[in-house]
Ligand binder design. Structure first.
Ligand SMILES: [Fe+2]
Ligand SMILES: [Fe+2]
Length: 189
């Protein structure tokens, strides 16, 4: 059973240039824990659903995924490309990752809707389709994160310079301020 307290986001109070890439890697770790939770929920369909798990998963999907994608697309990827100008392969890879973000965000929206219903005790009309949706989401996220950890973050460590990391940290701080603290996930009852 997933440790729901461990799913809750923990962020360092102040992110600096020094810790900006660690923050991105920590985001990935948290997303992987969220994937484990989604897998547990998919396995518990249709009649062993834990409603608090569904609230936690929906909250985390809403709060974290788009913000993380935005950070990568607005700052991390463009800064990497600017430092590796003319690297057509990197450009192709980062474009593919941005395309995957869009696909994953569509799946996230559908999953949030499903999880919100499950958290209120509403059974999905088609259990197989519900399981397929959750599995498609966490399998896609896991592949995407593994690729970024193995291939993108090492390049970022190599090519990014102090002002890039400062820009990344500034965007993280702005995003944290704009979003406010992540709402606690509470049982609906
Ligand atoms: Fe990404
Ligand atoms: Fe990422």
């Amino acid at each position: 059973m997933a440790d729901l307290d461990n799913i809750l986001q923990t962020e360092p109070a102040v992110v600096t240039a020094f810790s900006a890439l660690t923050y991105v890697a920590n985001d990935h770790e948290q997303h992987l824990r969220l994937c484990d939770l989604l897998e547990e929920i998919a396995d518990s369909l249709p009649d062993r659903i834990d409603q608090r798990q569904c609230v936690c998963a929906a909250t985390a999907l809403k709060y974290r995924i788009n913000a993380h994608h935005q950070l990568e697309e607005d700052v991390l990827f463009p800064r990497m490309l600017a430092r590796a100008a003319g690297d057509a392969e990197l450009q192709r890879v980062l474009q593919r990752l941005a395309d995957e973000h869009l696909t994953d965000e569509g799946h996230c929206d559908e999953a949030i809707e499903l999880l919100s219903k499950l958290s209120r005790g509403i059974a999905p009309p088609n259990v197989e389709a519900a399981g397929y949706l959750l599995r498609g989401l966490f399998e896609g996220l896991r592949r995407h994160i593994a690729f970024e950890n193995d291939h993108v973050l090492p390049i970022a460590h190599q090519v990014l310079e102090e002002d890039d990391l400062e820009a990344l940290a500034a965007q993280i701080r702005k995003s944290q301020k704009d979003r406010g603290p992540e709402p606690a996930c509470r049982s609906p009852h």
